[in-house]
Design a protein around this ligand. Sequence first.
Ligand SMILES: Nc1ncnc2c1ncn2[C@@H]1O[C@H](COP(=O)(O)OP(=O)(O)OP(=O)(O)O)[C@@H](O)[C@H]1O
Ligand SMILES: [Mg+2]
Length: 342
Amino acid sequence: MAGKIFGIDFGTSTLKIYKKNDGVIFDAKNIIAVANGNQVIAIGDDAYEMYGKSPANIIVDYPVKNGVIADIANMLSLLNQAFDKLSREHGKITGSEFLVAAPTDITEVEKRAFFDLVASSNAKAKKIRIVEKPIADALGAGLDVMNAQGVMIVDVGADTTEVSVISLGGIVLSKLITVGGNKMDESIILNVKKTYNLIIGQKTAEIIKKELGCALPPKVEKTIKVYGRDVLSGLPVEREISSAFVYEAIAEYMHSIVDAVRIILEKTPPEISADIIDSGVYLTGGSANIYALDQLMAQETELDINICEDPANTVVKGIGRIIENNKLSSLALTLKQTYYGG
Ligand SMILES: Nc1ncnc2c1ncn2[C@@H]1O[C@H](COP(=O)(O)OP(=O)(O)OP(=O)(O)O)[C@@H](O)[C@H]1O
Ligand SMILES: [Mg+2]
């Protein structure tokens, strides 16, 4: 592929952009701060700083929800600002080619929205193609997706978990469930309030999850101190939260993820099942970092579980592999090719 080519992963929590020959050049929170209904005042990590702290006239929001574009206007503003920043830092991007990752198990309309978004952006794209997210994930995990060896990929992200079976460069099965790190954070907030009468913010909940989250009952009890507001007195207070408490709060979601894997395994053609027994399951996405999620999955499926290196970046790195290697070009699809029977 000649000329400037960019790859984009519109994640629920992070937006990542790859540039041919340069690698990942943008990796920031996929969040925007808008004042008075129409003035964009910040995007990315700067907007995230304002999250949970903004006055009533400033809305700070994630435009991608449950893996799909939920707020087209805000996503477009955010993307245009990201493109402006990239043009300043990396040279002009207009007239380039774009490869965009999209989940497989979504509607045609939702898939098309990723395409339309880039088409209507200020990048004036020369060509836009879609990469099935599980294919990008597998490539980013270093797998050879073109051969007949079937593989299972489980991407546990922020709003979604996508369980997919791939063979011969195509998707055999894929299921998207709306369970990921965000549901775990919300459950921690709810349980802290119920048990301790303490109100904590989303950022604090995420810190608690990253520090203490565990997919199996913790063998060693750890605690951390957190700050929040007491429901009754309204005053700021400090509390100690334990790993056993966090386990109880998130266990339900760990099992939903494992159940989704089981459902797909039950539907997998036997020849591919044999391949999966051979090579194991590949676990990607930022929430693959939850301690012992691989152990729980291994216990429940009796398969080997491989956690990919830098799991939050497998999708963007996988698109990068397609961009850099002409032999993989057929894995980027025109909009028509993504339609069933297209
Ligand atoms: N060390 C960690 N332990 C637990 N969770 C983590 C860790 N690091 C990141 N996460 C979680 O991973 C999630 C982000 O992962 P990722 O970047 O794959 O999501 P995304 O691609 O934006 O979302 P999606 O794929 O669902 O649209 C967040 O919920 C974050 O809290
Ligand atoms: Mg993702």
